[in-house]
Design a protein around this ligand. Structure first.
Ligand code: SIN
Length: 552
């Protein structure tokens, strides 16, 4: 029987494992912390899906919203095929044990987020990812064919026949973080489901594991990567001086929460007082929102537009944050639907449904990734043919679904559909066991890394560079400065890497530095502004060239 190894324990990795195990395959799932330490676990919003295959109007609307959000760069065939498959995959998740929220009538409660023209997002209050992860982990733990390997950090892909990418994959070297030994894990097929790279930026909604490991490993092994300039900044992370950003789900705006700057907030407060005096209903705050200047959809425009609107507002005003107001909404309903957000606000001395929530954008999602075909198969840099036995699914993969800007709550959907496809492909075409030898890890002559403090410092300076020079709005000079720094940085990290025993710090720093370099290179290469890539130097005569989205 072939060895199938999955790296990553979010929705994509665990769902693929469930499918493969169900078909009789033994699957190892390697994960660098605990199984639940994945971006999926932190997803609040939900999973966009039209469940009824006969609802052609609903399906077409979801397709059009996705294409619109992707700003002309989505692969329409991919978008259509994923959205058409959504109902079946949701059915699978429910069978595995995921409990999506239902109303008293037994129908699923459907939420709305930015860029969606309809309510179509299945969710579990404001902790959808946690519920999905709970069910998938429970399933994995009860399935004897799935071997969860926590605390196992993937370092590099092992090539067949010692070295040429076109021969494909023979396994993966991993650091066992309990024994500190490097393991040679054999794989006849390797599925990367390692998530994103939010930790490359100082302010991010991502968990600590999001360090671009899978993308960096695949690139080093000779796989193609694509569209890395498209880094999605979530418009509304809770602003806090001291703590890491906490996501304030876009579903809150779907319920009617509105973004206001200081001036808008003052004007709305005054309008509320006037309305009270006159004994009339308070006005809806959207007409006071600065976001209206950027899109007729205002606070509910797609993420690229809203994040840019906030960025501009903060730069012009010199303020640290804008406000998300909810006091015009039904407090009981808010408490029922957003208990996680409510709890966190209470920790900060605020009350949902009363206090304006201070928010800022933060790095959230990697839209580009390892380029894959419709089955999740990676491509070779060398000649663009498939790289044998290497697959990528979930955030680490670039399928063409998201174009230049992912539509909210489309990522869990894409992940589950591609996990299914890759698993089905491997079930129908099991890889033949690799009979060749696998090289051992080059352990000789390596020293314990004696420069721990400098690594921490380096990681901070890398994040500061990305935050300052490769943010929501870019400029050529800044990108070029970042590129120079990252080149030096990569050389320095590689030098340390060649001579030191692997540790989580150095493995992650090496991956972050490489992915940072690739993001900047893609941003420099782009000749037009699309979706999430916005370079002021690409504005003709100081004007923004209209994108597909704006021309529509
Ligand atoms: C959110 O709840 O706003 C995040 C959902 C997503 O990133 O799709």
């Amino acid at each position: 029987m072939a060895h199938i190894v999955i790296v990553g324990s979010g929705i994509a990795g665990l769902f693929a494992a469930a499918k493969l195990a169900n078909a009789g395959h033994e699957v190892s799932v390697i994960t660098k912390q605990r199984a639940e330490d994945s971006s999926t676990n932190w997803a609040q919003g939900g999973i966009a899906a039209i469940l009824d295959k006969t609802n052609h109007v609903g399906m077409e609307a979801h397709i059009q919203d996705t294409l619109q959000s992707g700003d002309g760069l989505c692969d329409e065939t991919v978008v259509r095929s994923i959205i058409e498959e959504a109902g079946e995959r949701i059915h699978d998740l429910v069978n595995i044990g995921v409990r999506f929220q239902q109303g008293t009538d037994g129908k699923y409660s459907l939420a709305k987020e930015g860029g969606h023209s309809e309510h179509r997002i299945l969710h579990a209050k404001d902790a959808t990812g946690k519920e999905i992860e709970r069910a998938l982990i429970e399933h994995a733990e009860n399935e004897p064919r799935i071997h969860l390997k926590p605390n196992t950090l993937a370092i590099d892909i092992i090539q067949r026949h010692h070295g040429h990418p076109s021969h494909g994959v023979a396994g993966v070297w991993c650091l066992d973080q309990i024994t500190n030994k490097v393991l040679t894990i054999e794989a006849d097929a390797l599925i990367l489901a390692t998530g994103g790279v939010g930790r490359l930026w100082k302010e991010t909604t991502n968990p600590s594991v999001a360090t671009g490991d899978g993308l960096a490993m695949a690139y080093r092994a000779g796989a193609c990567v694509k569209d890395l300039a498209f880094i999605q900044f979530h418009p509304t992370a809770l602003f806090s001086d001291s703590k890491r950003p906490f996501l304030i789900s876009e579903a809150l705006r779907g319920e009617g929460a509105v973004l206001l700057d200081d001036t808008g907030l003052a004007a709305w407060n005054q309008a509320c007082k006037d309305a009270e005096l006159q004994g009339i209903a308070i006005p809806f705050p959207e007409k006071f929102s600065f976001t209206k200047l950027h899109s007729p959809l205002g606070s509910m425009a797609t993420r690229d537009i809203v994040a840019r609107a906030i960025d501009q507002c903060l730069k012009e005003s010199g303020k640290t944050h804008v406000h998300l107001v909810t006091s015009h909404l039904d407090k009981q309903r808010l408490n029922e639907h957003f208990p996680t957000i409510q709890r966190r606000l209470e920790e900060e001395g605020m009350i949902l449904g009363i206090d304006p929530i201070p928010v800022v954008p933060a790095a959230h999602y990697m839209v580009g990734g390892i380029e894959v075909d419709h089955l999740g198969r990676a491509f070779l840099q060398e000649d663009g043919t498939n790289m044998p036995h290497l697959y990528a699914i979930g955030e680490v993969a670039c399928t063409g679904m998201h174009g230049a800007n992912r539509l909210a709550s489309n990522s869990l959907l894409e992940a589950v559909v591609y996990a299914h496809r890759t698993a089905e492909y491997l079930i129908a075409n099991p890889p033949s066991p690799y009979q060749g030898t696998r090289p051992n890890w080059r352990a000789e002559g390596l020293d314990l890394l004696g420069e721990h403090a400098s690594i921490i410092h380096d990681r901070m300076s890398l994040r500061n560079t990305m935050e300052k020079e490769v943010g929501i709005v870019r400029k050529n000079k800044r990108l070029e400065r970042a590129s120079r720094r990252l080149t030096l940085f990569n050389n320095e990290v590689e030098r340390m890497w060649r001579t030191s025993l692997p540790s989580r710090e150095i493995v992650e720093l090496r991956n972050l530095a490489l992915v940072g370099h690739l993001v900047v290179a893609d941003a420099i290469d782009r000749a037009e502004n699309r979706g999430l890539h916005f370079n002021l130097d690409l504005l003709k005569d100081g004007k923004h060239e209209p994108t597909m989205k704006e021309l529509d």
